[in-house]
Design a protein around this ligand. Structure first.
Ligand code: ADP
Length: 542
């Protein structure tokens, strides 16, 4: 906790906490210093009395007045002026040791000393007060800025409450608590053990919550409480209550021992401090409102997304499951019912159609299963060091017949270092990207697979000479069930790329799509190298 004297807010609070004998002693101390100051000034001037003119010696008293005004305040400085006039008359104006004045012109000196003393002390006291007020304003602005900065970063109501409690306890001398409105009741956030939230304090807080008015010690309502309770008023009503209980400071008494301030005499906060505490409450209420609105927006977004997902899933299932099923059923029913009328070629054609559609169905269900397993964390990545040639080889082998008649340009150097990856899974990701290149680019155009080692790891690019990705869709094509509208004539599920993305990201890598300058799409997979300290995610990738 900050020391009292370093902090204007704490210092003021200590002054307010002074009470009883301690307050009396504190109040009279400057006057005692004032008397001492006059005595010291007189003692300093005494040896000079015989060879310095008294009207010049009066300057010593003026100096004492200025000192008193600067250090002790206005009234002690006025006392120094008055006592200074008397001491000057007694000690320095002939005849000495009597208040009689031999020369009447000294009366003017007395009046000037008194007048200048009062003027200086008034001006100095005003300057002191202005400095104090400016200092206080600066401190208040800084503390409010610090609180609003810290509150702007929190995303949870309990964190906001903890932040404001920490700030209050740092700025004021006391303990704070926040009670948040949950449903219709008030729930306290765990606070420092110093805050005494007993039944009576709880009732006061509840009253503040119900009435939206401040209450507690030093206030009109519930003044018997130990703390001050302020409502956290937001545009949506009272969202909670901020409580503050001053800690009664231990004072050093004149005897050098320590004495606690009696609780009944403690004044909790000055009006300025109360205003600061209210500003704290208002910032907290704003932060809580912001957090609540952000939560509602997130929920609405989630709801929208899940609705979108549901409708995409429905349309995908209705199309991608029903179309092949209809084809299979049609082919099988022809084979069963019309077998007598079908020649060998027609039968083969029907069987092939049913076979192709069954494979398509199998792929779709397989894709759905893959993505579900990946998302549910059932299928975990088990990386092993693999050669990139092996990865590409496995993917091409599994694509098998689909590559027939297609020109493939392979740029996969032997010198590439092995990369830690889960071969079957990563091969699936590469297959999905390659399958798209085969589906979406003309059969007579080449597909390039390029692998290179970079600082960030292995960079694998699959480029084709197809229509490319429409502007604005480069990120969306990685969303589940998202298909570019012009691809409607090509069969697909909108799941290939999200599965690939899931696999690559599970390896700590990144995948993205871009259009090539000469036309066509390029899909890049970046995988972290063995012992790579830089994650590809952190590399400035689009
Ligand atoms: P789909 O089953 O539709 O191919 P994907 O998730 O694999 O699903 O791809 C999503 C969409 O991205 C595709 O519908 C297609 O419009 C677009 N796309 C993917 N790869 C390419 C590519 N190489 N060239 C052009 N468009 C592509």
């Amino acid at each position: 906790m900050a020391s009292f004297d370093d902090h204007p807010v704490l210092r003021d609070q200590r002054e307010l906490h002074l009470s009883g004998t301690a307050r009396q002693a504190h109040r009279w101390r400057p006057y005692a210093y004032a008397v001492g100051l006059v005595a010291v000034t007189t003692l300093v001037g005494l040896p000079l009395r015989s060879f310095i003119d008294p009207t010049n010696l009066v300057m010593l008293y003026l100096l004492a007045v200025v000192l008193a005004a600067l250090r002790l305040g206005r009234n002690p400085a006025v006392l120094v002026s008055l006592l200074g006039v008397l001491a000057f008359d007694l000690v320095f104006v002939p005849p000495y040791n009597t208040f009689a004045v031999a020369d009447a012109q000294f009366v003017l000196t007395f009046i000037a000393l008194l007048g200048v003393g009062v003027l200086i002390s008034t001006l100095t006291a005003q300057a002191r007060e202005q400095t104090r007020a400016a200092q206080e304003r600066t401190t208040q602005t800084r503390t409010l800025y610090e609180l609003s900065r810290d509150l702007s970063m929190v995303l949870d109501p309990a964190d906001a409450a903890r932040t404001v409690m920490a700030h209050i306890e740092r700025v004021f001398c006391g303990n704070a608590t926040v009670l948040l409105a949950i449903g219709k009741s008030l729930e306290p956030i765990p606070h420092s053990s110093g805050f005494d939230l007993d039944e009576h304090e709880g009732h006061t807080a509840a009253w503040v919550y119900d009435n939206g008015q401040p209450a507690g010690v030093g206030m009109e309502m519930c003044s018997a409480a130990k703390g001050i309770y302020l409502p956290l008023n937001s545009t949506q009503g009272v969202v909670g209550v901020l409580g503050f209980q001053p800690v009664l400071p231990v004072l050093n008494t004149s005897e050098g021992s320590e004495a606690a301030v009696p609780a009944d005499q403690a004044v909790p906060l000055t009006p300025e401090q109360l205003r600061l505490l209210e500003a704290f409450a208002s910032l907290t209420a704003q932060a809580l409102t912001r957090i609540e609105l952000a939560r509602e927006a997130r929920q609405a977004q989630l709801l929208r997304e899940s609705e979108k997902l549901q409708s995409a899933l429905l349309s995908s299932i209705s199309h991608d499951l029903r179309t092949p099923l209809a084809s299979i059923t049609g082919a099988l029913s022809s084979l069963r019912d019309d077998a007598a009328y079908l020649d060998e070629t027609a039968r083969t054609l029907l069987v092939n159609t049913a076979w192709e559609q069954a494979i398509r169905l199998d792929e779709f269900v397989g894709n759905l299963l893959d993505i579900t397993r990946l998302e549910a964390g059932v299928r975990k990545v088990q990386p092993e060091l693999c050669d990139v040639q092996d990865l590409v080889g496995v993917a091409l082998e599994r694509l098998g017949e689909r590559l027939e008649g297609r020109e493939l340009v392979l740029d996969v150097p032997d010198s590439l270092p092995p990369v830690p990856l889960d071969l079957p899974l990563m091969a699936q990701a590469l297959i999905n990207v390659l399958d798209n290149a085969l589906k979406y680019s003309p059969v007579d155009r080449p597909i390039t697979i390029k692998a290179e080692a970079t600082d960030a790891g292995l960079r694998l690019t699959v480029a084709d000479k197809g229509p490319g990705i429409p502007e604005g869709d480069a990120t969306r094509i990685f969303d589940k069930f998202y298909r570019v509208s012009r691809s409607a004539e090509v069969t697909g599920t909108g799941l290939g790329l999200p599965i690939g993305k899931g696999i690559v990201e599970a390896h700590g890598g990144r995948i993205w799509a871009a259009n090539q300058k000469g036309g066509g799409a390029a899909f890049t997979i970046l995988l972290p190298a063995k012992d790579s300290s830089t994650s590809p995610v952190a590399e400035g990738i689009p």
